[in-house]
Design a protein around this ligand. Sequence first.
Ligand SMILES: Cc1ncc(COP(=O)(O)O)c(C=O)c1O
Length: 426
Amino acid sequence: MLKQISQSFLRPTARCVSASSRVRFMSASPWADYEMAPFDPIIGLNEEYSKDDFPQKVIVGVGAYRDGNGKPYVLPCVREAEKKMMEQNLDMEYSGIAGDAKFVELALKFGYGKDSKPLGENRIQGVQALSGTGGLRVMGELLRKHGHTHIYVPNPTWGNHIPIFVNSGLEVRKYRYYDAKNSDLDFDGMITDIKEMPTGSTVLLHACAHNPTGMDPTLEQWKELSDIIKTKKLLPFFDCAYQGFASGDANIDAASVRMFVEDGHLLAMVQSFSKNFGLYGHRVGTLSVVGESEAEAKRVQSQLKTVIRPMYSNPPRHGARIVSTILSDPKLTQDFLIQCKEMADRIHTMRGLLRSNLEQAGSTHNWEHITRQIGMFAYSGLSKDQVLEMRHKHHVYCTADGRISMAGVTSGNVDYIAQAIHAVSK
Ligand SMILES: Cc1ncc(COP(=O)(O)O)c(C=O)c1O
């Protein structure tokens, strides 16, 4: 059959053209029916921005850290680790399906805490993942394969969560998270919705620095969430994409996950090392589960491998080696903590500057939420029309939901951005 199709494909005839669509396909290009897909709402912004030749244009779309001059930044500890790796003349063999075991071990200690009881009991098992996105996708597949039909995500959430889980074959349901009117966490709405979730449902939680709102529950609120999620017998699934990057302290940023683990939850977590270690393009992350016993956690890990093997076989080595070189060396770990905090501090300073520049520009709106939010983004509250006006009239590019990547704000462009925001929101 395959042979027949390929032969007719090689010999298109005029008669074929007027027959069925299959024949039409054979007579023309096999790609003729493929439509141009829409731009990705976040990554696609870069393309629009690159075509703009306005000299003062600014992009604050994609969540990637920029230094004080607006340039991509590589942490000095990462450079140092690479030097050490070069000296070792490492091979470039395939990794195992679960990736670099040493990296996974160190990454889990970093996430769950080196004194984590279940980690010491080997009840936490994980795999290396293609950063946060890859870990989320593998988890989506695992859940679907094991009978889950749906997953709950906060509303709003990181734009890619929804297609990741839909493509995994799950129905994506939303729970209330944000009160746009008051630019605050809608904790009551969140609790009410969680209480109504069917037992056994998976609930995705942003471990810290919620994307896009930058608004996290307080520790007391996390405790309440932990109790309710336990009573309801839900499966908490933490997306930990900003550990260390949010507050500047990796332990503080992991407090929600660690509290849930201490409360006895059996849960899953995906870790990304894109932002905190600045390893965006190296795709470094983990996916792990806390089980009731070592044997149980290992069974889940073995199932993760059956998802990974036919999907991409095994993960890349370089970035994982960088992280394990840093986390296994006390001096490099210390350097990392300082450098990660410097990034968080710069963003924090820019939040203050953006707010004060807006106030100085004469804006009468309340911009207090910009300094109350944490992490990479300011969820400005600008409407889609205001965002488009800012893009087309002022050449300032943020996502359609009004999310501004604070990592792209510098002392050189903050005034220009504030003026643009003020102009469209008067
Ligand atoms: C909440 C959240 N999860 C996961 C990711 C995935 O990032 P990566 O695939 O680079 O680790 C992001 C990136 O912006 C994010 O904000």
